[in-house]
Design a protein around this ligand. Sequence first.
Ligand code: NAD
Length: 290
Amino acid sequence: MDREKLLEGKKLAARINQIVKNEVLDFQKAFSFAPVLCAIQVGDDKESSLYLEFQQKIAKKLSIGYKVKKLDADIQRVDLIAVIEELNCDSTINGIILQLPLPDHLKANDIRICLDPLKDVEGVHPENLGKIILNEDGLAPCTACAVMELLDNININLYGKEAVIVGHSAIVGKPLAAMLLNDFCTTTICHIATSERGLLAEHVKRAEILVVAVGKPGVVKGEWIKKDAIVIDVGINYVDDKIVGDVEFEKAYERAAYITPVPGGVGPITVALLMRNLLKAAKQQKQEGK
Ligand code: NAD
């Protein structure tokens, strides 16, 4: 396998982590404390607990403080919002993560809007999402940023490129479309209805840059990949105890100029950028005297 072709997230994440680690030390020297992240977990979803453990491990490596607020699955909306408001006002907490999934009686959007945008390190508050549309600096969603970092890392000129995103979620597909548009890609977003009309292959075949964030293994066939395309597979699927992406990897690998492995592609960068967002948030809070 040609290593140059593989967009390995682990290496890039390690570089970002090193920069963040150094800057955390500088921050600590300047303000006599290290930034602190607080994750809120409602209920005890197994995958979400694994993700928390991973975040905690990286935070420790970077000398970042990490706290978890575990709340009962039957917590009422008003009580969850009270917890968030308390964290918003707590000057010892610099970033807040609302871990998903939430139990069915709670709606993520309804809760996210209560986060202080300055502590919203996942970039899910409407104010932060809106800033992407306006091409203004803010705290942007880490997975969408991870895709942009991967593209930046291979020095690709995005101007006028045909970019196709499969998946239109509010934290990956939609903000990423806005980011690619800000860089003058001709950007198409596909979703379930595109597939249901039988048009997915046609769109994917045009893509010079293809990003897939669906959560269905093999939803994009290898033979659809345009020769020399850049393929970024965000999907995480568990198949027979193995983690695979959304793109048929072997066939896509043959056709692509660059392709992310799953696991080890977008995932590690997402967590590295979460920590970078935390540092940015902590600096901004200091600037604003909070
Ligand atoms: P989501 O579950 O909110 O939305 C899925 C999207 O896929 C929707 O736009 C839907 O219309 C589309 N879709 C569903 N079936 C389709 C089909 N047959 N053809 C075309 N489009 C279809 O998505 P999400 O939260 O953005 O997550 C997507 C995937 O990315 C999941 O596997 C998730 O685990 C993974 N993910 C990975 C990271 C990471 O850091 N690597 C971060 C976030 C999400």
